[in-house]
Design a protein around this ligand. Structure first.
Ligand SMILES: [Zn+2]
Length: 158
């Protein structure tokens, strides 16, 4: 598909495709529909899963990161995070993380942390994955928000 993936990224993509098909089959059997999923590979080598709680309550990315924090710590870092969005047919570009998710990904990111956008389509024969894109979190979120250390150092009570 013309995107160079590291072995870790490829591992996450392979895992995600299997999980998306598994969960979609379960959801359909229970009367649900396809949804946005997120899967992340932490620096420790573990994979954490997330799904969007619709409509627009919690994003899949932040759900996956909450699972990362639950199992590891607030200091846990993301090696790569994948966002898989259902689309009716291949789109020019995939759905990127929203602003709040970019901030939270950045808080758990290294400078090299990557974000993979994977589109998936439900066809008659099952699900296919027509397009994959890769960005660094720095490309998606070049100017992150962060409180400045020392802001109150000169403050004295009157
Ligand atoms: Zn989001």
């Amino acid at each position: 598909m013309g995107v160079d993936l590291t072995l870790d990224e490829q591992k996450l993509v392979d895992y995600s495709k299997e999980a998306i098909i598994k969960y979609n089959k379960m959801r359909h059997a229970n009367g649900g529909i396809d949804t946005l999923y997120s899967f992340l590979l932490s620096d420790s080598g573990k994979i954490y899963e997330g799904a969007a709680l619709e409509p627009a309550v919690v994003c899949g990315e932040r759900h996956a990161i909450a699972n990362l924090v639950l199992q590891e710590s607030y200091k846990a870092k993301i090696k790569t995070i994948l966002v898989a969005d259902p689309v009716p047919y291949m789109q020019e570009s995939g759905t990127p993380p929203c602003g709040a998710c970019r901030q939270v990904i950045w808080q758990h990111a290294n400078p090299e942390t990557t974000v993979i956008l994977l589109q998936y389509v439900q066809g008659k024969e099952g699900w296919t994955f027509p397009k994959l894109e890769k960005f660094t979190i720095k490309e998606l979120y070049p100017r992150p928000y962060g409180p400045k250390e020392g802001l109150w150092d000169n403050w004295e009570p009157k």
